[in-house]
Ligand binder design. Sequence first.
Ligand SMILES: [Zn+2]
Length: 79
Amino acid sequence: MVIALLKGNKPVSYISETAICDICGSKGKLVDGEKLKKDLKFEIENPVGFYECSNPKCDVAYFNKELKIYFLKQDISSK
Ligand SMILES: [Zn+2]
């Protein structure tokens, strides 16, 4: 299943709703950009295409496979 990311009225890319965490192999769920912005301890400019790792034992909180970015649990404030 894919959802469209809209920029203006034009879909800029299609990304799937789930992705596998590279660290633990668990399935991650696509996370809303605004929620990610709120959770992170620092600012990120374009929080698109990030997934939330579903494994509570994994150090990774959010990841973006395309950009190879991994936010650890210590990088977020609400968990
Ligand atoms: Zn993980």
